[in-house]
Design a protein. Structure first.
Length: 447
């Protein structure tokens, strides 16, 4: 039977699910709505366009016409879906010519998340930005080009804040980064974050931790902090987190989970089996613990798109849970984490041990060996892997990928010394840092 499939949101989750469905299903009628002008753009590349590393805006974009033609999709951009009528299986949408409705057999929600921008006294919206989509990116670029800011305050030292820090500094803009936490990048534990903070210091970045933005004055150029300090900044970037876009789902009585995101089952179905959801808007379960988790990353959205597409054609591959593997670059350092960190393990009252190994990324006598710090968090008795983190200048992505794979394969610390990861002096040592980390962790197990 030819189905009518309607998709809301056309970036990582929405565009992907549309393409995945079409690959195996030439018959169904697929309509994709996005309230923005662009679809399928590379969100993750935006900081690098702003830093001038990606030198053409077009490199981040996909032609809507080509996408629609390639996948035979009825694409409606600049069109916001405003309501779902589950009983009659219709949605209402609004474009420049007014409000209309259309029916669906299957509805897929990928509305993403929105960047938080707390309303603070004195904020000047012309010089205070978020970075979540192409219009945000264009607004920042325009401001930099026309106003030539020399200083920027970045509120939030998560991965968007830190990536933007590097890229704005690349443009010659002097940044101060402010975060109410006691460390940067809460994805990793404090000792790993210390390495990043030391690196920021060597780059001359002013870092204000344990402090927050309270208000602005002076046309939005003076920032008053909760500590009582103040500073001047020509522009401010708010990188204080995101909230999943759940209004459409909540208004139509789709279940919202305890993390505040849309609750889905293993096939990415909401509590209405004809409505699926994916991406930044959904809550899935943690791969290891099965506890609810909201992870806003591109990799999970892509996998979830596959799960939905195969379920629609009668398959039963389940989404196995989210690991939260993430990596980012800040100046000369790379940092990444997979699984659970100490803060989460403590919150879940899971008893764990940690082993840390600081070494060189490859044989010390071969030029270019750089310091790398690896950490594994594991069950104190059976050595099950709970999480891993890595920070360094070289070889971080490789070690993170190995640890993420080991976790997915249910390995324990006993397996880490046994991994044959390939050695030659430019790449590693005969005992890879991961092998040594495993030996260390094994020796810490309680009998
Ligand atoms: P989105 O990509 O946000 O797409 C949602 C779309 O839905 C939007 O276009 C929106 O206009 C549309 N929409 C919402 N509501 C409606 C409605 N009612 N009607 C019609 N359309 C609607 N992840 C990584 O894994 N690695 C990275 O390096 C990385 N870097 C990032 C850098 C930045 C600056 C940002 C902001 C994010 C980054 N991410 C990264 C996260 C990643 O981009 C997201 O996880 C991913 O884009 C989520 O996809 P999505 O489809 O759920 O949501």
């Amino acid at each position: 039977m030819v189905k009518k499939i309607v998709i809301v949101g056309g970036v990582a989750g929405g565009a992907n699910v549309a393409a995945q469905i079409r690959r195996d299903d030439q018959e169904s009628d697929i309509t994709l709505f996005d309230k923005g002008e662009q679809i399928a753009f590379s969100t993750c590349g935006m900081p690098y366009y702003l830093g001038g590393i990606v030198n053409k805006r077009d490199h981040l974009l996909v032609s809507s016409d080509k996408f629609a033609a390639k996948y035979d999709i009825n694409l409606q951009t600049n069109t916001e879906v405003t309501a779902i009528d589950r009983e009659n299986k219709t949605i209402a949408y609004r474009d420049s010519s007014g409000t209309e409705q259309t029916s669906y057999d299957k509805l897929i929600l990928s509305p993403g998340a929105s960047a938080k921008k707390p309303a603070l006294e004195g904020m000047n919206h012309k010089r205070t930005f978020t970075l979540h989509n192409i219009p945000d990116m264009d607004a920042i670029e325009r401001f930099i080009e026309t106003e030539k800011p020399r200083t920027c305050a970045i509120i939030g030292a998560g991965f968007i804040g830190l990536e933007m820090l590097e890229n704005l500094e690349e443009r010659g803009i002097n940044c101060t980064i402010i975060d109410h936490s006691e460390q940067v990048m809460k994805l990793v534990d404090k000792d790993m974050a210390d390495i990043i903070e030391d690196h920021l210091e060597t780059k001359g970045v002013q870092l204000l931790l344990d402090d927050g933005l309270a208000s602005f004055s002076n046309n939005g150029t003076t920032l008053h902090l909760t500590s009582g300090k103040s500073l001047q900044a020509d522009m401010t970037l708010m990188a204080v987190g995101i909230q999943p876009n759940v209004k459409l789902a909540a208004d139509s009585a789709l279940e919202i989970g305890e993390t505040g995101a849309i609750k889905v089952n293993d096939y990415m179905q909401t509590n209405d089996p004809d409505i699926y959801a994916l991406g930044d808007a959904v809550q899935t379960n943690d791969l290891l613990t099965g506890t609810p988790r909201h992870v806003a990353l591109a990799g999970p959205a892509h996998r979830q798109a596959f799960i939905i597409a195969q379920h629609l054609k009668g398959g039963d591959t389940a989404y196995q849970g989210v690991q939260g593997s993430a990596i980012f670059k800040v100046f000369d350092l790379s940092a990444g984490a997979t699984g659970l960190n100490k803060a989460v393990l403590n919150l879940l009252r899971i008893r764990y041990k940690e082993a840390v190994h600081e070494t060189r990324s490859h044989a010390g006598y071969y030029p270019g060996a750089e310091k790398i710090c690896l950490k594994v968090l594991f069950d104190a008795t059976d050595g099950r892997l709970y999480g891993a983190q890595a920070v360094g200048r070289e070889g971080v992505d490789k070690r993170l990928a190995v640890m993420a794979t080991a976790m997915k394969a249910n390995m324990t610390v006993h397996d880490l010394p046994e991994l044959e990861l390939g050695y030659a002096p430019p790449y590693s040592s005969p005992k890879d840092p991961i092998n040594v980390l495993g030996y260390k962790a094994e020796s810490m197990l309680e009998s």
